[in-house]
Write a protein that binds this ligand. Structure first.
Ligand code: SDX
Length: 392
């Protein structure tokens, strides 16, 4: 057993690394990226600034920001053979599986592995993935819709161009909706990093074997896909839809969530770290009200979500276990109001989390962290002799 006497299932009480990137205080509901509060960044910054801050440690100057964006745009072309890979997927494929495969495939088209000790090499890899990933995100959605895969416009901002690549209809003039641009920019900032969550820990441990950046990111996308993690934002909308179909009977779902014999959980509730509130959920809930009002969208699902939150906040089972809405509880309501399909919600989470994954991977490599290899407590069979097949 290598000296191991106890195990820490799910690493609930295990610190895996030192990091300078993101600070969480679960009791006080504090989230900071490189020392800046999430509240200020969500209100004042744009997503590209936050990406630069997370990855390189400082907010960019105007000149750095503009160069960063220009370099990203210059590297945003995806090898046209990637279309053949996308064409091979059935329309029924879940976008997260497609995105994880395409991200891994980027290694085939960009073989240069990252020399993290070369600032220039690292910078080039960063702008390459930040340029190509939004294209893969948009093409994943467009393929399912049977719409042409294109690159939007080089004249647009980063988030504006993501939306154009996703939503421009053939033969129609595309009109930017500033409400949607600003809402998506804020959502991506709120998802950009979150210290050692499941998918980030996955990116780190894959990268700790010195596997490439794109391969590590592909693994992170797969981990995020799970409904206990990023996949929860899709599961929340499916749950709220089911409650709506049930005539808004939230009590039935609260009972299911508390029934130990029922695997059902109140999706979008609970968090490993936040035990009073998730600061991101507060900001997103407020944004949901504002965006739907600005868009003139009446969505009964929002009222059902608020009703469910109120019930849970007054229910002993949830209060005792310190279960509150997390980042995934309200985000899908905004994505839906933007016209993003439900099965693309977790892809939008990945788009937001990308700079955090990159930042954490870079820090892990720069700090020369050892390969991740935990031990175990062996509880299996003791030694036993092999019997040949004819004697068994
Ligand atoms: C994200 O780590 C991160 O930072 C993640 C994230 C990020 O930005 O990267 O914040 C993003 O993944 C948010 C979480 C999204 N997942 C969901 O909303 C799925 C529903 N939530 C749960 O499955 C759960 O709350 C987790 C996964 C979020 C946290 O799980 P833990 O910390 O392992 O807690 P647990 O499963 O041990 O639960 C403790 C107790 C248990 O009851 P008891 O056995 O003690 O009686 O609380 C219960 C659980 O049954 N519980 C729930 C519940 N969440 C926990 N009961 C009903 N509904 C829930 N949602």
């Amino acid at each position: 057993t290598g000296g191991v006497t106890t195990i820490d299932a799910g690493y609930k009480n295990t610190g895996s690394c030192e990091s300078e990137i993101t600070f969480l205080d679960g009791e006080k509901g504090i989230l900071r990226y490189r020392g800046y509060s999430i509240e200020e960044l969500a209100e004042e910054a744009d997503f590209l600034e936050v990406a630069y801050l997370l990855i390189f440690g400082e907010l960019p100057t105007k000149e750095q920001h503009d160069k960063f964006h220009a370099d990203i745009k210059s590297k945003s072309i995806v090898d046209d053979d990637v279309r053949k890979i996308i064409d091979a997927f059935p329309k029924s494929a879940h976008p997260m599986g497609v995105l994880s495969s395409l991200t891994s495939a980027l290694t085939a088209f960009n073989p240069s592995s990252v020399n993290v000790d070369s600032e220039e090499d690292m910078y080039n890899s960063v702008v390459k993935i930040l340029g190509k990933f939004p294209v893969l995100v948009a093409w994943t959605m467009r393929k399912k819709q049977g719409l042409p895969l294109d690159y939007g416009s080089n004249t647009l901002g980063y988030v504006e161009n993501v939306l154009k690549m996703m939503f421009k209809q053939p033969n129609e003039k595309y009109v930017q909706n500033k409400i949607i641009v600003d809402a998506l920019d804020k959502l991506l900032i709120l998802h950009a990093d979150h210290e050692q969550n499941c998918s980030t820990s996955t990116v780190r441990i894959v990268g700790s074997s010195h596997a490439g950046l794109f391969a590590s990111l592909s693994a992170g996308i797969s981990a995020l896909w799970g409904p206990l993690h990023g996949g929860a934002n899709q599961a929340v909308l499916e749950m709220l839809e089911a409650i709506k179909e049930d005539g808004g009977d939230t009590k039935k779902y609260m009972a299911k969530a508390k029934d130990k014999n029922d695997p059902f959980r109140l999706m979008g509730f609970g968090h490993r770290v936040y035990k009073n509130f998730d600061p991101r959920a507060r900001i997103i809930k407020k944004a949901a009200d504002e965006v739907l009002a600005d868009l003139g969208v009446e969505d009964p699902i929002l009222e059902i979500a608020k009703g469910l939150e109120q019930e849970a906040l007054n229910d002993d089972y949830f209060v005792k276990r310190k279960l509150y809405p997390n980042v995934d509880f309200y985000s899908g309501i905004i994505y839906r109001a933007m016209g993003i399909p439900t099965d693309m919600f977790t892809v939008m989470f990945a788009l937001g989390r990308l700079p955090g994954w990159i930042a954490q991977w870079r820090e892990m490599r720069l700090r020369k962290e050892p390969i991740g290899r935990p031990r175990q407590l062996y509880v299996g069979e003791t030694l036993r002799p092999f019997k040949k097949l004819e004697k068994r």
